[in-house]
Design a protein around this ligand. Sequence first.
Ligand code: SF4
Length: 313
Amino acid sequence: MLNFIWDGEKGMLYNNLSGYLRKTYNKRLKKICIDGGFYCPNRDGTVSFGGCIFCGERGAGEHIQNRKKSIIEQVDAELKKGKEDDLFIAYFQNYTNTYADTETLKKRYDEALCDKRIVILSVGTRPDCINEETADLLASYKDRVDVWVELGLQSSKNDTGRLINRGYDTDVFDRAVKILKDRDIKVIAHMIVGLPGESMADAQNTAKYIAKADIFGIKIHSIYVMEGTKLAEMYRENLYTPPTLSEFAETVATIIGYLPEDLVIHRLTGDCPRDMLVAPEWNTDKHKILDEINRCLTEKNISQGSLIEKSKP
Ligand code: SF4
C-alpha cells in the first residue's frame, strides 16, 4: 500500500513523504535542520571557487536560526520544542555534509544523534564526496536509526551541470548511488526545474534518469534567483528568465507521471527566504504552487507513474 496524496475527486496523485512517514512511524516526524559546520569543495577551490550558480553564501539552509551554535545546541533547541512522544529527523543541510575525514564525520553525526526520539539521520551532500569509507560510516548508524543520503544532482544533462558550475558529471552521481545502495542506505536525489538553458523535456529527462536509478526518494525544487548568487547576476543581465508558475507546475505534473509509484516525493517546491528572493515572485507562495501542480495533475489526468508506459518507445 503506497502513501499517495488524495485529491478528493480524481483519486490518488502522488506518493509523498508525510504519507511514507505516517505509514512507517505511525505519526508525523519533525525535522531538525542542522548546520554541521561543513564547507563545500565547490567553494573552497578543491573543485571550484564559485559554487553552483544558484547557491547562496550559506550553502542552502538560509533559514537555519541556530547555525552559530554547536550541533548539540541546535538539536537540543528543537527537541525542547517537541513532546515526549515526538519523533525527529536529524537533517544535516548546509553545504556538503560528508566533506571531512571519517573521524570528524563520526563526531558530528554522533553529536546529532543525542536523543532516542531521533529516528532518522539524513545527510545532504555532493556525489563526489561519497566514498566507500564514508558510506561504511553512514551504514554503521543503520542499527540505531534509518539513514538517508540526499545527493544534489539538479540535472541529468552534463551541459547544464557545467553551466551551473556543478563540478561533476552524472557518472559520479551513478557511482555514489551504487556505493550507497550496496549498503542499503536510502538515497534521495535533488533536481531543479527551471535551470538556465533547460526545456521541459530536459527536466523530464532528469526525472526519468532518477527513476532509472531505482532509489528511495526525490526532491523536486523550483528554481529561484537568490540575492548574492551568480544566477542573480545572470538574471539582472537578462541572461536568465525563470519559468512562470504555470510552466513550472505543468513540468512538475509530467515529471510526477514519469516517476515510479514507489519513489517517495519529498518535496515539490524550493524555499528561498523572502528577503533574499530576487525572482520569481510566485516562489513565495508554497500553497499556490502546490495547488497549481495539483490542478495540472487533475486536468491532465496524471498520477505518479501514469506516464511511464507512454514514455516507452
Ligand atoms: S554543492 Fe551544494 S553547497 Fe556546494 S556550491 Fe553547490 S549547492 Fe552550494
